[in-house]
Design a protein around this ligand. Sequence first.
Ligand code: PLP
Length: 383
Amino acid sequence: MRRIYFDHNATTPVHPEALKAMLPFLGATYGNPSSIHFLGREARAALDDARERVAKLLGAKPGEIVFTGSGTEADNHAIAGAVGALKGEVGHIVTSPVEHHAVLHTCEHLRQHGGVDVTVLPVNGDGVVNPDDVRRAIRDDTALVSVMWANNETGALQPVREIGAICRERGVLFHTDAVQAFGKVPVSVSDVPVDLLSISGHKVYGPKGVGALWIRPRVKIESLLHGGSHENDRRAGTENVAGIVGFVRAAEITTSRVETEDVRLRALTERLWQGLSTRIERVRRNGPADRRVANTLNVSFAGCKSDALLMSLDLEGIAVSSGSACAVGSLKPSGVLLAMGLGEELANAAVRFSLGAATTEADVDAVVEAMPAIVARLRSFAA
Ligand code: PLP
């Protein structure tokens, strides 16, 4: 059976060149980068090189990069670290309801256990934050604003430049979760007024279990992990050298193709939307048609349930998701779609199609072919 993978926002396959770059560090070059002997020095050289290269991709300096064990860890480190740096003073965080759970649950944890006050901003029908709402939400005790660059469920791009400018004007730290933006749109910390930025390996054709947090110089945040003096004393734990090397190689390849892939994937997601919306009635496109990362299309099929759609597509060899992969298994509707004003029924009827580097027109056409019968069958059960 043909297999079509339309779930690249959940994860991406490792690029063969990234795998090739990693292999020596899973084999003969196995040293610990903290060891001073020759094997350690080889690993250290690879780590230093990877740090320099990823810094260059972000328009940053190598010393500003902290490699982490995931995008989730980078988000936790940024937010909990900023609150930790308040040294016990009661603080306030501003965030949005469309953030990944790595941000939302960290804020919620700090609210429950750290006495931190959290403001969750409204979003418009496309899931986009209004910068004026950020301005209004900032208080004298606000430690941090955390708003993502691109949304994982709808692809919506947030006005990070405007939000960053407001934060700078008010002297408040700005963290952005760029996990879904990096490799899909140009992401540079020299262009956007941001203080903390998270990225992840497995969304850019690198391996899972590796990410990075960029920290602007002189920004004081507490470490999340305590132990050795790795990562310039900012993140204890022996570095995942193979993972880091693979992540950075993949990131170089993926970011070098941002512009061409944007055009190609935008045409493919439009073709998918045109195909679905002309052949199937009562469909709704969720999120902005234009200001989005090009690979993502989120559609609600009224009268169907997301999980039934997912399973039916799965039987035909088509892999999609209903939204945040972490929410799979729970039947709760997507919080992102609810925040955008969708009712429970439409929020529970959504499918996220996220295309990638290997996606072809033929893949899109096969999904467009398969979908009408699936939707008609599920609607007939519901009727
Ligand atoms: N932030 C966003 C926007 C994501 O989409 C994800 C992964 O789905 C993460 C953070 C977490 O990254 P990781 O899977 O590397 O922990």
